[in-house]
Design a protein around this ligand. Structure first.
Ligand SMILES: O=c1[nH]c(=O)c2[nH]c(=O)[nH]c2[nH]1
Length: 304
């Protein structure tokens, strides 16, 4: 690290990073009359030899955040957007290798999917999918890579095959035991690849599709005695079926469906009418790890 101009006094600059957050880039690829769309929200975070800018205001090492924004748009043209992960790898490599002062780059990407509206209109009309947001985070330090992919906002519901009973009780417990309840959640998942740069990188799009499928199938196929148990089954399915994934973290809000009390109206309610409560919600979170590997996905997924 270069000699710095730290002012006198007890204060020392600690962790610092900078970049341009939430670059909304839409790339249209025109294949004759059939167009393709990639819609990303890209955040760039850089760190390195940045003491001077904080201590003295010397900007000599600072690649402007405006430049990082421009790079995102220029790379969308120059290299296209094959997958969120591949785009993140291009960007991270560029920042770390082209600027001596920049030692690490973290590229976070959210991807929004679009469906075609018919085909008779020439393939240029789209409707945004109301489904999940895809996530990718690429971290590069000049030597190795860490890629974490994920999905959020994927709402799922089982209308049976869920029970919750036998739990600890104290003087404040009022929850009735449930032997046939609705189990609903919004899947927020992040999974980390074992790939750190050597050999062939995974096929990011195929891997995403398969992890998503296993998560949904495990949710649907698990006879559940708690959302915790369902969570573990979902994570374990991915670790068991996808060799390229070393770790998966799941954050599952329990979207409670309470049986509506219809007795004031002289009506029975045999598991038919529910009040879908939006808050408060139980929040069940855990990491499922491949045996022998170290956990590296942050506990709090909200900023990932
Ligand atoms: O699946 C559940 N897990 C809990 O920990 C819990 N707590 C609760 O009130 N309902 C539920 N449901």
């Amino acid at each position: 690290m270069a000699e710095t101009s730290r002012p006198a006094g007890p204060a020392i600059l600690a962790q610092n990073q900078y970049g341009k957050a939430e670059n909304r880039v839409v790339r249209i690829t025109r294949d004759g009359a059939t167009h393709h769309i990639k819609d990303l929200n890209v955040s760039v975070t850089l760190s390195g030899d940045m003491d001077d800018v904080h201590y003295s205001g010397s900007n000599a090492h600072v690649l402007p955040t405006d430049t990082t924004k421009n790079t995102v748009f220029a790379f969308a043209k120059r290299y296209g957007i094959e997958s969120a992960e591949q785009f993140g790898i291009h960007l991270a490599r560029h920042f770390v290798t082209s600027q001596e002062a920049i030692r690490t780059a973290r590229i976070r990407i959210e991807e929004y999917a679009w469906d075609r509206i018919g085909a008779e209109d020439g393939g240029h009309s789209f409707v945004r999918k109301g489904q999940e947001v895809r996530h990718a985070q690429v971290f590069h330090d000049g030597t190795s890579w860490q890629v974490i992919s994920g999905l959020g906002d994927l709402v799922v519901l089982n209308s049976t095959d869920s029970e919750f009973w036998g739990y600890a009780k104290d003087g404040y417990t009022t929850l009735p035991e449930a032997y046939d309840r609705v189990l609903a959640t919004e899947v927020n998942a992040r999974w980390r690849y074992g790939w750190t740069g050597g050999g062939d990188a995974p096929d990011w799009d195929a891997s995403y599709a398969e992890v998503r499928r296993h998560l949904l199938e495990a949710f649907a196929g698990t006879y559940s005695y708690s959302l915790q148990q369902t969570l573990y089954e979902m994570g374990a399915r991915v670790i068991g079926e996808r060799a390229e994934v070393d770790e998966i973290r799941l954050s599952l809000p329990n979207k409670h469906h309470f049986l509506a009390d219809l007795t004031p109206f002289g009506l029975t309610n045999d598991n038919e009418v529910y009040l879908a409560a939006d808050r408060p919600y139980g929040l069940i979170e855990a990491t499922v790890l491949r045996e022998g590997r170290e956990a590296a996905i942050p506990v709090d997924l909200t900023n990932l």
